[in-house]
Write a protein that binds this ligand. Structure first.
Ligand code: 5GP
Ligand code: MN
Length: 338
């Protein structure tokens, strides 16, 4: 899409909100913070609003203390939104992905210019402008591309580079998933030129857990993990009681779903996480197995071919039982790799 009109619009100082999806991850927060810093350098006013809390292993990100959390400060967030001329939607492509925050956006009376920057499959059409590419590794990569297309790469600094590098690192599994393209390495290299210490960033992202998390992983793998050999699938569940027993924070659950993929005979990993009113489900897969289509079809979800999510309103037990039924239906269908 030709974004020149948008770049022209952004030549005048604007009041801009940057929104991320629920349970924002490092790509969402890193992209939003880098975009905030960029827009401020351009003379705009920018506010980041997240629907709910982000994991505390992202606290090191510059300006992370400036993120407004809608769930905790709904009034303040709405007051900010009513002042906005422009809203960026970052790292998601359907209004349902921001839940209650989306309801507030839809209540706004003032007209606003809307922009989507996203890399998830099957975007809804709800913004005037979009930079959307499902072959991009991350929204962070697209934010870099956005700044580049605007001809503003000279505005990048070390703080922005750290946020973007972290977003790319997290969404590529530290440059190991199939979304790791030559361009990803080129951009990561360009970002490193700002003086990033990649080991420091890696330690901040991956080596920040308490003893409880590792012991919990041990418990999950020994006591909870189930394997369905027929469908090369492993699944685990985390109940609210277990989360409390092991004092798990939001960040402690991150990444756990990937672990079973380390097994030679497993191509699909599933994690059920019990929440107050639903079961949140995460899917990961290897190679050609498309869990995006699977979660879209059975769990009102979406995401990427090898990493997707969805939810279920049934009980945890029923949701677990249904998995096998859905896998059977899915694997007997026409194609599971599209
Ligand atoms: P995670 O399992 O880490 O929560 O999410 C994996 C990927 O799937 C992410 O790219 C995330 O944005 C997407 N995703 C997670 N949950 C949902 C959901 O309920 N709906 C949709 N459309 N995408 C989701
Ligand atoms: Mn992302």
């Amino acid at each position: 899409m030709n974004l020149d009109e948008l770049f022209q619009y952004l030549q005048t100082p604007r009041k801009i909100a940057l929104l991320t999806h629920v349970r924002p991850d490092g790509d969402a927060i890193g992209s939003a913070l880098a975009m905030k810093m960029y827009l401020e350098k351009k003379g705009h006013t920018a506010h980041v609003i997240a629907p709910d809390d982000f994991p505390d292993f992202l606290d090191w990100m510059p300006q992370s203390n400036q993120v407004h959390v809608h769930l905790r400060n709904r009034k303040t967030c709405f007051a900010i939104l009513t002042q906005m001329e422009c809203i960026f939607f970052l790292d998601f492509n359907a209004m349902k992905r921001i839940e209650l925050l989306g309801e507030d956006v839809q209540k706004l009376y003032q007209p606003f210019v809307s922009v989507m920057i996203d890399h998830h499959r099957e975007p809804d059409n709800f913004t005037k402008y979009r930079l959307w590419d499902d072959t991009a590794s991350s929204t962070a990569e697209l934010v870099y591309t956005f700044i580049q297309m605007a001809g503003d790469l000279q505005l990048l600094d070390k703080d922005m580079a750290a946020c973007l590098y972290a977003g790319m690192a997290l969404d590529t599994g530290v440059f190991q998933y199939s979304n790791t393209t030559p361009k990803v390495h080129q951009i990561a290299g360009a970002l490193m030129e700002y003086g990033l210490q990649v080991d420091t960033i890696h330690n901040a992202l991956y080596n920040q857990y308490g003893e409880n998390r590792l012991r919990f992983i041990g418990y999950l793998l020994t006591q909870k993990m189930q394997i369905i050999p027929e469908y090369r699938t492993a699944y685990m569940s985390i109940t609210m009681k277990e989360a409390e027993q092991f004092s798990l924070s939001i960040g402690d659950k991150e990444g756990i779903v990937n672990i079973p993929l380390a097994m030679r005979d497993v191509d699909i990993a599933v994690l059920f996480t019990e929440d107050k009113d639903k079961i949140k489900i995460s899917f990961r897969s290897k190679g050609e197995v498309n869990v995006e289509a699977f979660s879209r079809r059975f769990y009102n979800g979406g995401g990427h071919k090898n990493a997707s999510g969805g939810s279920s309103r049934l009980s945890l037990e029923e949701t677990e039982r249904n998995l096998q039924v859905h896998l059977a239906a899915y694997f007997s269908g026409p194609d599971v790799s599209e």
